[in-house]
Design a protein. Structure first.
Length: 336
């Protein structure tokens, strides 16, 4: 059952990448990621014992020892290594955006030739190709790690590729010591490891999409009380003819609407002597803006200088900070 579940999850990730290409420009790197994840999904599917047996039975009875499913699986992983190498090449300074397409053409050409040699000669050659390609991908991934949504996705994807490199080396070792051959997915020691590798690659490929969606949902939840209050006072900040197509865009729209409403409530850029200069502490500044947003006729006085995001803080982060202060100062009976 886990075989089928792994294949399903990887195909879902491949579908998500296809959707991203449809809504964003289909660059060489984005298309390569789609090809890579689809290849992993194919490998995970063909390595399911029932499907592997069905594919092997497609051969004439006298050729069934050739293990057709073995060739399909190794070819799929070769496609993964080839397509991901295209993406990895884009991260190297020597490859510019102008010549990436030419570099990709060369890499895909090498991949096609390698697959042809593998199918005509030996799957061991294919595993050598996968091991070398995966090593190149891992080295490139390690050079581009950082603590961002994209960096975390790269880390997960690179970890999965490192598993692939190790498993490919083990397949080569099995071939050279004349171990009994079987379809890669059917080996008892290999299946859990191949499943882990496939899932890590799939999760890494869609990590940035999932993380940005989750962060947008969290942001919408945090700023909802403040947003409801401000648009209630200034409904004109909402462009009714504009339809939001995604959670991320909706979060961005709500942040912009809150900032616009705060600006309008402050008098549209008028500096007030009573407000004074904002403090250097973003927390103290947010507390006062939140108090003023709740009760603009109270003791707190704020002008446009207070509303502008402090240095080093994005508008989204600033609105989120104000929203936290606003929520913290809300009486419990009002929240309920």
């Amino acid at each position: 059952m886990t075989f089928w579940l792994t294949a399903l999850l990887v195909w879902v990730a491949a579908g998500a990448r296809v959707g991203r290409v449809l809504v964003k420009p289909a660059t060489t790197a984005r298309v390569a990621i789609v090809v890579a994840v689809a290849a992993v999904a194919l490998a995970a599917t063909v390595a399911v014992p029932e499907i592997a047996l069905a594919i092997d039975n497609l051969l004439p009875r006298g050729l069934r020892n050739a293990m057709l499913s073995d060739g399909v699986v190794v070819s799929a992983w070769m496609i993964f290594a080839t397509a991901t190498s295209v993406v990895a090449s884009a991260a190297w300074p020597v490859v510019s955006r102008q010549n990436l397409r030419r570099v990709a053409t060369v890499i895909y050409g090498i991949g096609v030739i390698a697959i042809a040699i593998t199918l005509a000669w030996s799957t061991t050659f294919g595993w050598i190709y996968v091991a070398l390609g995966s090593t190149f991908i891992v080295i490139t991934g390690l050079r581009n790690l950082d603590w961002t949504a994209l960096g975390r996705g790269i880390a997960i994807y690179t970890t999965g590729t490192a598993f692939v490199a190790v498993l490919a080396v083990l397949e080569i070792r099995r071939a050279f010591i004349d171990a009994p051959r079987a379809a890669p997915g059917n080996a008892a020691w290999a299946w859990p490891a191949w499943e882990i590798a496939s899932l890590l690659i799939a999760f890494g490929a869609v990590w940035i999409v999932v993380e940005l969606w989750v962060r947008a949902r969290v942001l919408l939840s945090q700023i909802r009380p403040l947003h409801r209050t401000m648009i209630g006072r200034f409904p004109e900040v909402i462009a009714h003819e504009q339809e939001t197509s995604s959670t991320q865009l909706k979060a961005s729209d709500h942040v912009a609407q809150i900032m616009d409403a705060l600006y309008l409530q402050s008098g549209g850029g008028i500096e007030l002597t009573a407000a004074g200069p904002p403090p250097s502490s973003p927390v103290d500044r947010a507390d006062r803006v939140a108090e003023w947003a709740r009760n603009p006729l109270g003791d707190a006085v704020v002008d446009a200088r207070w509303i502008a995001p402090p240095e080093g803080i994005s508008p989204r982060g600033w609105v989120q900070t104000i929203a936290r202060a606003y929520e913290a100062s809300t009486p419990v009976h009002v929240r309920n």
